[in-house]
Design a protein around this ligand. Structure first.
Ligand code: C2E
Ligand code: MG
Ligand code: MG
Length: 399
């Protein structure tokens, strides 16, 4: 990218003359290659036909508040595009718009966003607000509270360039966001460096645990794509699939309900972590609560699909305490049977006697105050590396 900077005056004049256009870079599903969304990127169209890239005007605009004007201009263009697509009955995808950190100094940013998008009649879910990672370390607290309002209004929020700077993971943890965009600087051409792979795998793991959608930016090679699939990265944005496209070409792409290339059989490109996730999803469909316990060491680890009972349970801790906790949301008449059946010593005896599992139905109170019958089955399992007696408990509602 040429970093040949223009003067602020030249750029603001061009903005007034409406010389800026939007290019749309498609974002594709990493496994199916389907077009899912796109990012709007500003381009300055000179009268001689040349196109000036953001590197030559964004830094200049960011040094003054004129960047705000550009961002609102781009948002208006995107909304106009989305609303025209609706009129032409062309399938639309959500569009991500970049917003400079300077917007977050304005207490009415969210109000302006709502007003602009609503004035075009565009559903808010079609707009994603991209905030660059570097903004977080500067004014993370203000951004965190505004992000809440942006999402409450129905927009989605992405952290852009994640991993490019010094931002702390705690910002991401504390901030209610939808999407993490992994910066291209973390990806080498072929992703063969062991340390690089470990860092990326950890970031994707962290994002999944926080239930964030992930987008890898700047994907240029098949090797990168292959590796990103093993990390269960959700969306791909990069030259491998498509460069940013002028509006008319992007429109044709949307009209075609496009995939980047021949879609692949998901099973042949299935990442190990994705396969594990599929298996878990299947288990959770029947058993919303799965608990692993070590009876010998009196410990447990719990995986709950959603709030299984009225009160949230700890996810790890002391097994004996878990059994006491378990009775607290239970019908009083069922408590004795539950405590007896799942008493650790009794379970150990059952295991010694060669039982394969122990099962009991109890009534559990839900958030709505209604009791539902829940079946808990403890399966004894063997860990090859230790003599400890382990159980896996699967719990499900009978009605
Ligand atoms: P960004 O938001 O991280 O956008 C992604 C950049 O990566 C784009 O550069 C895109 O063209 C480039 N890119 C995408 N795929 C690849 C790839 O496979 N390889 C390589 N090497 N690059 C790829 P672009 O369009 O030059 O934009 C640069 C930056 O300028 C953007 O980075 C964003 O921070 C900023 N920007 C662009 N438009 C706007 C805007 O409307 N408002 C604001 N505030 N910033 C904008
Ligand atoms: Mg961006
Ligand atoms: Mg980026």
């Amino acid at each position: 990218m040429s970093e040949n900077l223009y003067s602020l005056q030249e750029i603001t004049q061009a903005l007034k003359n409406r010389e800026f256009t939007v290019h749309y870079q498609p974002q594709y599903d990493a496994l199916t290659n389907e077009l899912k969304s796109a990012e709007a990127l500003a381009r300055w169209q000179l009268s001689d036909g040349r196109i000036v890239m953001p590197g030559s005007f964004i830094p200049v605009l960011e040094s003054s508040s004129e960047i705000l004007e550009l961002d609102w201009y781009i948002l208006n263009e995107v909304c106009r595009f989305l609303s025209a697509q609706e009129e032409k009955n062309i399938c639309r995808v959500p569009i991500a718009v970049n917003f400079s950190r300077l917007h977050f100094r304005d207490a009415d940013f969210v109000g302006k966003l709502i007003k602009t998008v609503d004035s075009y009649g565009v559903p808010r879910r079609f707009i994603e607000v991209e905030i660059t990672e570097s903004a977080l370390s500067e004014n993370g607290a203000e951004i965190t509270s505004q992000v809440k309002d942006i999402r409450a209004a129905g927009f989605s929020v992405a952290i852009d360039d994640f991993g490019s700077g010094l931002s702390s993971l705690s910002f991401v943890k504390d901030m209610d966001i939808d999407v993490l965009k992994i910066d291209k600087s973390l990806l080498s051409r072929n992703c063969e460096d062991e340390k690089e792979r470990i860092v990326l795998e950890s970031i994707f793991m962290f994002a999944h645990r926080l239930k964030l959608k992930t987008i890898a930016e700047g994907v240029e090679t098949r090797e990168q794509l292959g590796f990103l699939r093993t990390c269960d990265c959700k969306l791909i944005q990069g030259f491998l699939f498509s460069k940013p496209l002028p509006e008319d070409i992007f429109l044709t792409l949307c009209a075609g309900g496009s995939t980047a290339e021949e879609s692949e059989d998901i099973l042949t490109v299935q990442a190990p972590s994705a396969a594990t996730q599929l298996l878990l999803d299947a288990i959770f469909m029947r058993y919303p609560l799965v608990i692993f316990s070590n009876l010998t060491r009196n410990s447990f680890y719990m995986m709950a699909y959603e709030n299984f009972t009225a009160r949230t349970c700890p996810s790890t801790g002391v097994f004996d305490e878990l059994i006491v906790h378990g009775t607290s949301t239970m019908h009083p008449e069922d408590r004795d049977a539950f405590s007896r059946t799942f008493d650790r010593q009794n379970l150990l005896k059952a295991h010694e006697n060669g039982e394969k599992w122990v099962s009991l139905v109890t009534r559990q109170i839900g958030n709505d105050g209604v009791y539902r019958r829940v079946e808990t089955t403890d399966y004894f399992v063997k860990n090859p590396s230790a003599d400890d007696v382990l159980v896996i408990s699967l719990c499900h509602n009978l009605e």
